[in-house]
Design a binder for this molecule. Sequence first.
Ligand SMILES: *[C@@H]1O[C@H](CO)[C@@H](O)[C@H](O)[C@H]1NC(C)=O
Ligand SMILES: *[C@@H]1O[C@H](CO)[C@@H](O)[C@H](O)[C@H]1NC(C)=O
Ligand SMILES: *[C@@H]1O[C@H](CO)[C@@H](O)[C@H](O)[C@H]1NC(C)=O
Ligand SMILES: *[C@@H]1O[C@H](CO)[C@@H](O)[C@H](O)[C@H]1NC(C)=O
Length: 438
Amino acid sequence: MSIFGKNFKKHAHSYSGRVYNSDRKWIIPFFVSLVVWITLISAAIFGYYSSSLSNNQDLLSFNMAKSDDSGGYFVEMNMDKPSDFPKEKAPRLAYLISGTKGDSKRMMRTLQAVYHPRNQYILHMDLEAPPRERLELTMAVKNDQTFAEVENVRVMAQSNLVTYKGPTMIATTLQAIAILLKESLSWDWFINLSASDYPLVTQDDLLHVFSNLSRTLNFIEHTKLTGWKLNQRAKPIIVDPGLYLSKKSDLAITSQRRSLPTSFNLFTGSAWVILTRSFVEYCIWGYENLPRTILMYYTNFVSSPEGYFHTVICNTKEFTSTAISHDLHYIAWDYPPKQHPRYLTIKDFEKMINSSAPFARKFPKDDVVLDKIDKELLGRTHRFSQGAWCVGGSDHGSDPCAVRGDDSVFRPGPGAARLSGLFAQLLSDDFKNKSCPM
Ligand SMILES: *[C@@H]1O[C@H](CO)[C@@H](O)[C@H](O)[C@H]1NC(C)=O
Ligand SMILES: *[C@@H]1O[C@H](CO)[C@@H](O)[C@H](O)[C@H]1NC(C)=O
Ligand SMILES: *[C@@H]1O[C@H](CO)[C@@H](O)[C@H](O)[C@H]1NC(C)=O
Ligand SMILES: *[C@@H]1O[C@H](CO)[C@@H](O)[C@H](O)[C@H]1NC(C)=O
């Protein structure tokens, strides 16, 4: 598969001399989308990128088994085929935490704040970070005794160049999900965080409230793309330089315009999502063609992370009613809103709590507000936030989480009460009727 991909890349380069030749203008975006598409599909299905701290041999044999019987998916088109894990009462979450140059320390802090032995974690540090920093992060994870024993934290060894508004971000997210799925770990929801995100509730709170939730619900803030926004966003054709350069630069906008798609409607929304396992399997395994078609379409789209999953979910009948339009984050914007959200400080503390959201962003590095959150909301005295799984003593300042107890017992606190209140609102008929407006 990779050789195939490289050949195409070569072709794309050999045409580069013709960019300004008017009848050949389409060729670069076209080949680039082809390359991306092939890479993404191979990443998703064959685990072409597969890399983690765990044993690669195991991954390989698992892949073979999967691709052998994957033919069945194409024939049967059966929506609930791929995952048949026994459903436990207490849910499990799978987190992707991504960061860039200079983020290794705070990725570690966010990881510790959302850590729970039931969950799965994958860290991605993009290619802009120097190898030394990636090694530092890998070593920090390797040297943590709890992570080593539970084996639920991995660092993606292959890092990608990520352009935050381009398809390389989606590619990385799909790759991380593919690794989490491939390792056959049993988890129910996928959650996407960045190094500047931080939780406002403990994992005990979150897991307790999620145990009561239907495991078909996706939290994805979305609206239909209409009017001037539709023309502004959907007509230009962009090329993500992260696909063919090794240095970060801005998205390239081509002089070509394209017409609107006719076989699906475009949706947009927050790039922060909490998605169910069955929905991401639907996107990754490709037993239906729609997610793939939409992925190809989004290769040349501005801000694809704010549209890909949204468009897939709202154009698939089986999933439209599962989309809850909220990203479960507290995010503050300036008035009038600028391109990026405002940094949160101690002044925002009360508003953050009042929002009842389980996560907030974005925080400056090591700000005092994080210490306040640790102390007052998370009970984070040592490495991890408080949880019923921490059964060690705390005399002489020792870490209660050094001794692990039953991880399916939770001790919900005030955070769980806030979250239940928010969910009561989000799950009311009035709110649910607003999913995927047509
Ligand atoms: C996932 O999180 C990152 C933050 O690191 C964000 O930029 C990205 O757009 C998110 N969403 C998707 C769908 O990748
Ligand atoms: C669980 O759901 C029931 C009924 O839907 C509700 O009465 C109860 O308060 C919920 N518990 C929590 C912890 O959210
Ligand atoms: C937060 O909520 C409380 C109680 O509803 C209210 O009194 C307070 O003014 C709110 N604070 C902010 C900053 O919105
Ligand atoms: C929501 O939709 C359902 C079925 O379509 C309908 O019966 C119900 O009255 C709606 N509720 C609200 C509050 O609009």
